[in-house]
Design a protein around this ligand. Structure first.
Ligand code: SF4
Ligand code: SF4
Length: 381
C-alpha cells in the first residue's frame, strides 16, 4: 500500500448538531472522524481563527490535542487579517489561537485571505514581519499566506514577501484552473517560480463540483462507475508536482472514507481523465448561476444579516433542476423565516469578503427576480 500524505482535514465545514447554528459542532462525530483519519495514516488539520465562529479550533483541541501526542499530528491556523487594527493585534490573536487549540506552536501559520484591502491591513499591522519572527522563534514551523485573488496581486505580494514565505494556500480545482477571475493555473505557476509549496483549498469548490446537475452525474457514472466525483477532483489537484497538500472539508464519515481511499494507493490523474474533466467543467459552468463556493466569509459582514450563501445555493440548485418548483417554496420560506434577500441595501460591505469576487448585491437582485417572476422569465435573463 502506498499512501500519499497530501490529504489534509479542512476544519471549516465540520459536522453540526444544528444546521442553522454554525458553532454547534458535533464533537462526538468529529472525534470519530479524527480517529479514522489518523488511523489511516493522515495527520494534517487546517483551521482558522474564524471557522465555526472560533469553535473549530476548540473542537480540534478536544478531538486531537487532548487525545493524541503533539508530534503525531500537524495543525495549521490563520491570522484573522480583516480584524487587524494595529501591530499589537498580532500577539493578541496568536495567543488566543494557541490557547483555544491548547498548543504552544503551529506546524503551519498563514496570514489569512490576502486581497487588496486586507494586504493593506496586514502591512499596517506589520504582520508579515511578525510571522517571520514567529518562525524564527519556533512558534510556527512554516509560514505562508492563504490567497483567493488574481495573479497580478499574487505577483506583487511574492515580489515583496516571497523570500520569507514557505507556502501559498491557493483556491485550486478543475473548474477554476483556467477561470479568468480566479486564475488558479497562473497563480500555481507563480508559486512554482518563487519555489513556494502550494497547498490547495476548495478542491471541490465548496460543494459545487460534487453536486452537479443529474446529467453531469450520469456522465461521470458512465466514464468510471468505480470512482466518486470527489476523487477525480482531489486527484486533479494532488497530481500537480508542486501541490504538497490538498484540503478537503469533510463533514460526513462517508466523505472522509472516500477521500482517505483516494489518497491510499494514490493514482495520478491521466491525460484522458483531464480531458474528460475539462468537458465536465464547461458543462458545469454553463449550469451555474452564481460561482459561490459557500465559504461563508460574507456571512457576518452584512449589516442586514442576509444569509447570502444560502440564497446563492438555492439559486444554483434551482438552475440545476429547472423543472422543479420546490426551490421557489424554499425561497419564500427563507424570506419569511430569515432575512429576505429583498432587504439588500446595496451597501457593498460584503464585497471585500467574497473569495469568488461575486458582485453580491447584483446577484441577489437576480435571485429575487428569478424566484419572483418564475423560471420562464429567468431563463431569458
Ligand atoms: S450589499 Fe447587500 S448583501 Fe452586501 S452587505 Fe450590503 S446589504 Fe448585505
Ligand atoms: S458569496 Fe462569496 S463570500 Fe459569500 S459564501 Fe459565496 S463565495 Fe463565499
Amino acid at each position: 500500500m502506498t499512501l500519499s500524505k497530501k490529504l489534509g482535514f479542512g476544519c471549516m465545514r465540520l459536522p453540526l448538531t444544528d444546521k442553522n447554528d454554525d458553532s454547534s459542532i458535533n464533537q462526538e462525530l468529529f472525534n470519530r472522524m479524527v480517529d479514522i483519519f489518523m488511523e489511516k495514516g493522515f495527520d494534517y488539520f487546517d483551521t482558522s481563527y474564524a471557522y465555526h465562529k472560533g469553535q473549530s479550533e476548540t473542537a480540534i483541541r478536544k478531538a486531537l490535542v487532548e487525545r493524541y501526542p503533539r508530534k503525531s499530528y500537524r495543525i495549521c491556523d490563520k491570522m484573522p487579517t480583516w480584524a487587524l487594527t494595529s501591530p499589537s493585534d498580532n500577539d493578541k490573536f496568536v495567543n488566543e489561537m494557541l490557547e483555544r487549540l491548547g498548543i504552544d506552536y503551529f506546524d503551519v501559520f498563514f496570514i489569512h485571505n490576502i486581497n487588496i484591502p486586507w494586504l493593506e491591513l496586514a502591512e499596517k499591522a506589520e504582520t508579515f514581519e511578525y510571522v517571520k519572527k514567529m518562525k524564527e522563534n519556533g512558534i510556527a514551523h512554516k509560514i505562508g499566506i492563504s490567497f483567493h485573488d488574481n495573479s497580478k496581486l499574487l505577483e506583487k505580494v511574492l515580489e515583496k514577501y516571497g523570500e520569507i514565505l514557505d507556502i501559498v494556500q491557493l483556491e485550486l480545482n478543475y473548474l477554476d484552473w483556467e477561470d479568468p477571475d480566479i486564475e488558479a493555473h497562473k497563480c500555481y505557476d507563480l508559486c512554482s517560480e518563487y519555489n513556494l509549496d502550494v497547498y490547495v483549498m476548495e478542491p471541490l469548490k465548496g460543494g459545487v463540483i460534487v453536486n452537479p446537475p443529474s446529467k453531469i452525474k450520469e456522465e461521470f457514472e458512465k466514464f468510471n462507475p468505480e470512482k466518486s466525483i470527489a476523487s477525480f477532483a482531489l486527484r486533479f489537484c494532488a497530481s500537480l508536482d508542486n501541490v504538497k497538500m490538498v484540503l478537503s472539508g469533510m463533514n460526513t464519515m462517508d466523505d472522509l472514507i472516500d477521500n482517505c481511499n483516494t489518497f491510499t494507493d494514490f493514482e495520478k490523474i491521466t491525460g484522458e481523465e483531464i480531458e474528460f474533466l475539462e468537458k465536465m467543467a464547461d458543462e458545469l459552468k454553463s449550469n451555474l448561476a452564481v460561482p459561490c463556493s459557500e465559504c461563508g466569509y460574507c456571512n457576518d459582514t452584512c449589516p442586514q444579516r442576509i444569509p447570502i450563501q444560502e440564497y446563492f445555493s438555492l439559486y444554483n440548485r434551482s438552475k440545476n433542476q429547472p423543472e422543479s418548483n420546490i426551490y421557489r417554496n424554499y425561497f419564500d420560506k427563507m424570506c419569511d423565516e430569515k432575512v429576505s434577500a429583498y432587504e439588500c441595501t446595496n451597501c457593498k460591505d460584503c464585497l471585500d469578503y467574497c473569495t469568488q469576487h461575486i458582485e453580491i448585491p447584483d446577484e441577489l437582485k437576480k435571485v429575487c427576480k428569478h424566484f419572483k417572476e418564475g423560471f420562464t422569465a429567468y431563463r431569458t435573463d
